[in-house]
Design a protein around this ligand. Structure first.
Ligand code: NAP
Length: 331
């Protein structure tokens, strides 16, 4: 039986990845920063919390990480734990940058020091590329980073540390450079989850508040999270450590996404959606989308969900999630 450690297991990707690894016969060890007040909503929703051994690492201390590595000798580590909000990284750049970089370094250094065969996955992000020229689109793995947020800077540094441990220390360390991927398990403040959750609740008659959004002119490459975690796993099964861009290749503005959500739910955009200038970021990526050819050909990763199908699936999943949430309150 293979053992995998998932750092940041309570988040969206951690939950879907746990489910996938459990289905593939892994022992899954989950890392959270606070075991006394954990947020197990995502793991509970997927019905897998009891199958996971949870451990706490509060501040990414190297001694604690080394003792965990010694104890479990994991075959694979998926490092998904991060302050993952671009917007919030402008509010708290110091903690974002220090956690997002140092946590990666502690794990890589531990693997190197103990000379383990552990395969390490780092959650890199399309935000590392920053505001690219239109001639650079669609983005590929070879484009140079020019991040436009403290979050993007932190992810770029963590990315290059992962590459450096691979090249300088022969650690099997790979990066998945993931573009925006969504699901009903996304944090409630992330724009797609926020819009779909509020719109479905309007439809169900349990919300009558307007939905506030920021800059809707941005264009993004959006995908479906449960399919993206398959790519994470495939990256660590590949014969050699490498970096892969994981995206849908589809591009859509937030204005069009809102139109599609409201259209599929038969709701009026003007009536329910309001722009709030306070939600604009100091600097935003205007348009970004990628080329997933490398992942599809080398990893045999399959992704063929159109934007319309993605929105229909997210709406359907949101209905289930809201129903499940209210059943939990009744219990
Ligand atoms: P998520 O839902 O925010 O989960 C990340 C986990 O990290 C949380 O469950 C939390 O676990 C821990 N965490 C939260 N805030 C933290 C903080 N301030 N400092 C340290 N740890 C914190 O993220 P996700 O959407 O699953 O994404 C997984 C990884 O992929 C992240 O590293 C993210 O940056 C990256 N990524 C995501 C996307 C996307 O579109 N979702 C795209 C590209 C890259 P505990 O509270 O239990 O410790």
């Amino acid at each position: 039986m293979k053992t995998a450690i998932i750092v940041g297991i309570t988040g969206q990707d951690g939950a879907y990845l746990s489910k996938l690894l459990l289905e593939n016969g892994y022992k899954v060890v989950g890392v959270t920063r606070n075991i006394l007040e954990p947020n197990f909503t995502n793991l509970n929703y997927l019905g897998i919390q009891s199958e996971i051994e949870m451990i706490e690492i509060a501040n990414s201390e190297s001694d604690r990480i080394e003792s965990i590595l010694r104890k479990y000798k994991p075959n694979e580590i998926y490092n998904l734990g991060a302050q993952s909000s671009v917007g919030y990284s402008f509010v708290d750049p110091i903690n974002t940058v220090s956690y997002n970089i140092m946590s990666v370094l502690h794990w890589l250094e531990g693997i190197k020091k103990l000379q383990l065969d552990t395969r390490f996955y780092q959650a890199s992000s399309s935000e590392m590329f920053g505001n690219v020229r239109s001639t650079d689109l669609p983005l590929t793995e070879s484009l140079i980073f020019h991040p436009a947020s403290p979050y993007g800077v932190s992810k770029a540094a963590a990315h290059w540390l992962t590459v450096n441990y691979r090249e300088a220390n022969a650690v099997f360390s790979s990066c998945g450079i993931l573009f925006n991927h969504e699901s009903t398990l996304r944090g409630p403040n992330y724009v797609v989850k926020k819009i779909i959750n509020a719109a479905v609740k309007i439809k169900l008659g349990i919300n009558n508040q307007p939905i506030f959004v920021g800059n809707t002119a941005i264009k993004r490459d959006w995908g479906y999270a449960p399919k993206y975690v398959e790519a994470m796993w495939k990256i660590l099964q590949h014969e050699k450590a490498d970096d892969f861009l994981i995206c849908s290749g589809n591009v859509m503005s937030l204005t069009d996404l809102i139109g599609m959500v409201m259209g599929q739910l038969d709701l009026d955009v003007e009536e329910h959606i309001k722009v709030d200038p306070k939600l604009f970021r100091p600097i935003d990526l205007e348009v970004i989308y990628g080329d997933n050819t490398k992942a599809k050909s080398l990893l045999n990763w399959k992704y063929s969900i159109s934007n319309e199908q993605l929105i229909a699936t997210l709406i359907n999943d949101e209905y289930h999630f809201i129903e499940w949430e209210s059943s939990q309150k009744i219990k």
